[in-house]
Design a protein around this ligand. Structure first.
Ligand SMILES: Cc1ncc(COP(=O)(O)O)c(C=O)c1O
Length: 388
């Protein structure tokens, strides 16, 4: 049996640091109580662990007040908290063709059901949007702009700071989808010109599935209606939702085991040599190695930026004569290489790149535990399949 080569970290990271498994296991076996809801020892321990996780993630993301981070259940859920919470009938939203369906679909539903208008800004042939184009689409009814920090198809990094600085001057809110960058690209959220940043906890932040976060710039909570009202364990006499952070947006029992794992992952990231910057360096090296290895393969086309520094650890390819799904199946069954094929929930991106008709792309995506050997194995496999 071929060894397992996991190159689907863009979907969810694997493996996680061993400390994550240990923390989840300990919580499940020894604690097991809800957070924020009881005064017995185990409930207080859950509370303490969730607070510790919030502080540890805040440390990784450059957030001074951990309460600016709302825990959600995945990246999509965090995006919903922002998008649905901000929008009012008649509003206009600017987004891009590079977005994931977790941005495109909620917006489409708001267009269909609530009279919202949406502009989709295009990109260049490498999948990069121009800040000037995004800003030109902003009009008098624009409530907010929502842009992904890096595409999950091309890996291309987008000019978030340039867009955000001008939006701030114009007093327009900015929502960023950091699904592919949180934990991989060093980000100082408090210093970034953004208002809301949604991210999964289970990709680059290395927590378990079922975790996500929304960063709310201090004061931003007043602009945001809570779409998740209910029990918070606080202010229980009132039938009104608390207005304080993060309770305003965190109703219902939290995914405590997931968050405990996320906290352990954040501590692991912090303790790593050079922290997230070290992860970034590793990812740029892996992408460079892959791009070098694939160069000159006649039947293979690499989608997205040619410079490793312009991407996160995500590389999409097309191989002449192969449907991406078929290629992924061959890589998995014959080489033990696990990666994803298709449209990657980003239909407009493929339309813009001209990759939709061929069934999308095969995507190889890396994490901190991906090795040079894994990359070399992928290059060798693609070379062999392409020569067959
Ligand atoms: C760019 C982007 N946005 C949002 C999401 C949604 O994240 P989640 O799967 O955690 O809901 C993903 C997940 O693949 C993504 O790549």
């Amino acid at each position: 049996m071929a060894r397992r080569i996991y190159l689907d970290n863009g979907a969810t990271s694997w493996p996680k640091p061993p400390e994550v498994y240990d923390a989840v296991d300990r919580w499940q076996r020894e604690v097991g109580a809800p957070a924020g809801r009881g005064a017995y020892d185990e409930a207080l321990e859950s509370d303490r662990l969730v607070g510790e996780a919030r502080r540890a993630v805040a440390g990784v993301l450059g957030v001074a007040n951990p309460k600016s981070l709302v825990f959600a259940f995945n990246g999509t859920d965090a995006l919903h908290l922002a998008i649905q919470g901000l929008i009012r009938p008649g509003d206009h939203v600017v987004t891009t063709v590079c977005e994931h369906n977790s941005v495109l679909r909620p917006l489409r539903q708001l267009v269909d059901d609530r009279g919202v208008a949406v502009s989709h800004v295009g990109c260049d042939a490498q999948g990069i949007v121009s800040a000037a184009d995004v800003l030109a689409a902003v009009g008098p009814r624009t409530k907010f702009v929502v842009v992904t920090h890096a595409s999950n198809v091309t890996g291309a990094l987008q000019p978030i700071a340039e867009i955000g600085e001008e939006l701030r001057r114009r007093n327009i809110l900015f929502v960023v989808d950091a699904a592919q960058t949180a934990g991989e690209i060093p980000i100082e959220l408090d210093a970034w010109p953004v208002d809301f940043v949604a991210m999964p906890g289970h990709k680059g932040l290395l927590g378990p599935l079922g975790t996500g976060l929304l960063y709310v710039r201090p004061g931003g909570e007043e602009r945001l209606v809570s779409i998740r009202t209910g029990g918070t364990g606080s202010e229980s006499r009132s039938t009104r939702q608390p207005t304080t952070m993060p309770d305003k947006f965190e109703s219902g029992n939290l995914n405590v085991p997931g968050l405990v794992g996320l906290g352990a992952a954040a501590k692991w990231l912090t303790a790593r040599p050079r922290g997230v910057a070290g992860v970034r360096e590793h990812s740029v090296n892996l992408v460079g190695r892959l791009l070098d290895g694939l160069a000159g393969m006649e039947k293979l086309k690499v989608v997205g930026p040619s410079a490793a520094e312009s991407r996160v650890g995500v590389v999409s390819v097309q191989l002449e004569g192969y449907d991406p799904q078929e290629l992924a199946a061959v890589l998995a069954s014959s080489y033990g290489i696990e990666c994803r094929a298709g449209l990657h929930c980003a239909p407009l991106m493929h339309r813009a790149l001209g990759t939709e008709g061929a069934g999308g792309t095969l995507r190889l995506s890396f994490g901190p535990f991906t090795t040079d050997d894994d990359v070399d194995a992928a290059v060798a496999a693609l070379r062999e399949v392409s020569a067959a």
